[in-house]
Design a protein around this ligand. Sequence first.
Ligand code: PMP
Ligand code: GLN
Length: 379
Amino acid sequence: MIKSKLPDVSTTIFTVMSKLAIESNAINLAQGFPDFDADSKLINQLNYYASNHYNQYAPMFGIEKLRELLAEKYNNLYSCDYNYLDEINITSGASQAIFNVISTLIHPNDEVIIFEPAYDLYQPTVELFGGKIVPIELKYPDYKIDFDELKQKITSKTKLIIVNNPNNPTGRVLTENDLKSFEKLIKANNCYLLADEVYEHITFDNKKHQSFTQLTTIKDKVFVVGSFGKLFHITGWKIGYILAEKELMKEFRKCHQFNTFSTHTPSQYAIADYLENPENYLHLSNFFQHKRDLFVDNLSSTKFNLLPCEGTYFINANYSNISNLPDNEFAKLLTEQYKVATIPVSAFYKDKTDYKVVRFCFAKKDETLIKAIENLTKL
Ligand code: PMP
Ligand code: GLN
């Protein structure tokens, strides 16, 4: 018997619900991935590079053109100054970047602050390296950060604060003032910040994404992570990246080189070509806002109580007007009987707090959303 390093961890809720969706022949609004294809121009580039000998190891840092374009994009959008040579690295998805930051920083008994509900990767990874999770609840139903509580929870043991903005699963987006509050706290304390910004280009109602790369005064304490899976509808390619000041990056790369060494080569070339044209990502918010509005307009007359969605491609709904079941049981019922799979939001809390909320992913074809809405209005 293996002595488990993660005795309390089971299969992630995304895998559980996707499996149940398939078994139940249900529409999968659970796991976050588009059910439509990426632009054929991007796919053609992948075919081109795979067919033209770009099939051996990429450089450990990622291919140069892609890092140069990322530097240009970030420096233009956020007036920051990341050098593509020693401050940007391509990773095997944002997941690997996050895992690697944690492996780089966390020693046994270090404390890591996360905000709950939290994306499910953070906690087990911290625990794998002997770290201790200090959760701060984003109070339901507003899901706003309580900065006084954050200030109180930072101790001499705090090594890292993990922030996800725009936020999965709450759909909340941080303001400029929120970022200023973080800046102040990070300046005053001896800890680092990991900003998971994979939904950077999915914000609604003219809300502007506030990237932590803008906080140039704490650049030496911040890691910022992104994902091309979210940006270009290619979650299966698993290509992400990280930006970090060069001393931080030096340590990050020591772990990264033995964690995966490098990342899928032809995808990096294809993505680099596609990233050259900002038109390929600057309209993502409009594209998804249409889908959010379609979903909200049609579900607002039902007994679901939809919570605000300012960004990401997820929206939460409270179902207490429909059922008293715990959220995981309600999600199961919804999948098996009403043929719509969702994620029970208790899965994103360390102690499985249940506010009777399920998360819907609306990164789907309009026709898929309309079918799901038809099923949901029967409740
Ligand atoms: N962070 C958040 C908040 C996510 O929702 C996801 C899921 N896509 C990731 C990180 C992981 O991204 P990737 O698929 O690029 O590994
Ligand atoms: N990020 C996706 C979500 O929140 C899932 C990714 C995964 O399945 N690991 O649904």
